[in-house]
Write a protein that binds this ligand. Structure first.
Ligand SMILES: *Cc1c(COP(=O)(O)O)cnc(C)c1O
Length: 422
């Protein structure tokens, strides 16, 4: 008793890091927890998950057996039981270099590739090697929310440039120039787009690269949805413009192979003129991975087989399903009062829709819309504020089309019930 009082410190020397800012509205997992807590237990209909891009939960989106076989074989192999090397298992780096080099003028070598724990760690890594006091990074608005948190925790000031909904979410290049200054290190683009569901054209990407060069900044290109396109524009990797300005490409097998739980990703540097090397970025990346957690060796060991042997049939079947879901969405969103969709999705798995708050009787904003929708209809949707656009919604359409149909119907009756005209 006496001891415990004498030992008690006057003040603990630790506290939670408020920079992580994991409040419910600005992280996806945070907002999901908040919405889930609003689902009514008396509703016996299934919950419709249109808030998170997780098609792998539905049998129609199961991955290919080629991928699961590769993992089993890799687990059984004796060579992947040790710690993996810092930059990654060499055959995996080679396979990723070849996968990403398809159609590029400057081919990647295994030395340009680092293996990561999903695309998320690739993002974390790049922020941490670029960070430093007084430096800033340009992010698109709207943006996948993890970038904001990762940049701030890496000591980078975040500045936003706009994506233009009326131009199919193209980068507003003037707004990039307006927010950049001599302390800007780089800009992030996400193509195919999350949250916009758009696909940038070759010409637009070239203009983005030329703008970056003018500003003396590098481009971080999130291509986690690479090749997942089903509209007019083909997928063009940003690496095609590496001779204009240095490009760091981030990716993973999470989305295209429908295995986000496997946490297999990469970071690749397109640097034909050696600018990143000259400025210490490659050395910093090696130093980062010397101390960072690494992706499991057997997951890396399976990658060469997964990347080279997956049947085209698998990809086309998945894309056909996603396109079918996008059509269900396009039809369903048409006659929703108070909701407009300026663009049709043509890639990735989600899309932004705009709310006309004034047309609703009793809905305050996008968060209120999502909370009430969860409560009354057991439909989960991400409020736009989570991706930087208040009074918009981010809707994931890549779910089993029959669930999507149901979800769109429930959204319709929700909007009609809360609409002023009702
Ligand atoms: C899902 C996603 C990530 C994270 O990818 P993982 O491989 O699951 O870590 C990164 N960026 C965007 C745009 C995403 O949609």
């Amino acid at each position: 008793m006496e001891n415990s009082t004498t030992l008690a410190p006057k003040k603990w020397g630790f506290r939670g890091n408020s920079d992580l800012k994991a409040d419910p509205e600005t992280t996806i997992r945070g907002v999901l927890t908040m919405l889930m807590s609003n689902i009514s237990i008396s509703d016996d209909r299934p919950v419709i998950p249109m808030s998170v891009s997780q098609p792998s939960a539905f049998p129609c989106f199961y991955t290919t057996q080629i991928a699961t076989d590769a993992i089993v074989e890799s687990v059984q192999a004796t060579e992947f039981r040790s710690y993996p090397p810092t930059e990654g298992v060499l055959p995996a780096r080679r396979a990723v270099a070849e996968y990403l080099s398809q159609g590029l003028p400057n081919k990647l070598s295994p030395d340009d590739v680092f293996m990561t724990i999903g695309c998320q760690q690739a993002c974390h890594a790049v922020m941490h090697v670029l960070g430093g006091s007084n430096l800033n990074l340009l992010l698109p608005r709207p943006c996948f929310p993890y970038y904001d948190v990762a940049a701030r925790t890496a000591n980078l000031e975040v500045r936003f440039f706009d994506l233009l909904p009326e131009k199919n979410w193209e980068v507003d290049l003037d707004s990039v120039i307006a927010v950049a200054d001599e302390n800007t290190v780089g800009m992030v683009i996400i193509n195919p787009g999350n949250p916009g569901g758009n696909v940038f054209t070759y010409d637009h990407l070239k203009k983005v690269a030329e703008t970056a060069r003018k500003l003396g900044i590098l481009i971080i290109s999130d291509e986690v949805y690479g090749h997942m396109v089903f509209g007019e524009n083909p997928f063009v990797p940003m690496g095609a413009f590496g001779s204009i300005t240095p490009i760091i490409t981030l990716g993973s097998i999470s989305k295209r192979w429908m295995v986000p739980g496997w946490r297999a990703g990469w970071l690749a540097t397109h640097d034909p003129d050696g600018i990143l090397k000259e400025h210490g970025i490659i050395t910093s990346l090696i130093e980062y991975f010397n101390v960072a957690p690494l992706p499991p060796a057997f997951i890396q060991g399976a990658l060469p087989y997964i990347l080279t042997k997956t049947e085209d049939d698998f990809f086309s079947r998945i894309l056909k399903l996603i396109k079918e879901a996008a059509n269900v969405f396009n039809e369903g969103i048409k006659d929703l009062p108070g909701v407009t969709c300026p663009t049709r999705p043509e890639g990735a798995t989600c899309v932004m829709v705009k709310l006309d708050i004034s047309s609703f009787e009793d809905i305050k904003d996008d968060v209120d819309f999502c909370v009430k929708l969860a409560k009354e209809e057991s439909v989960m949707i991400l409020p736009g504020v989570s991706v930087g656009l208040p009074n918009w919604l981010r809707i994931t359409f890549a779910i089993d089309p029959s669930y999507l149909q149901d979800g769109m119907k429930r959204m319709k009756s929700f909007c009609e019930r809360h609409s002023k005209r009702a």
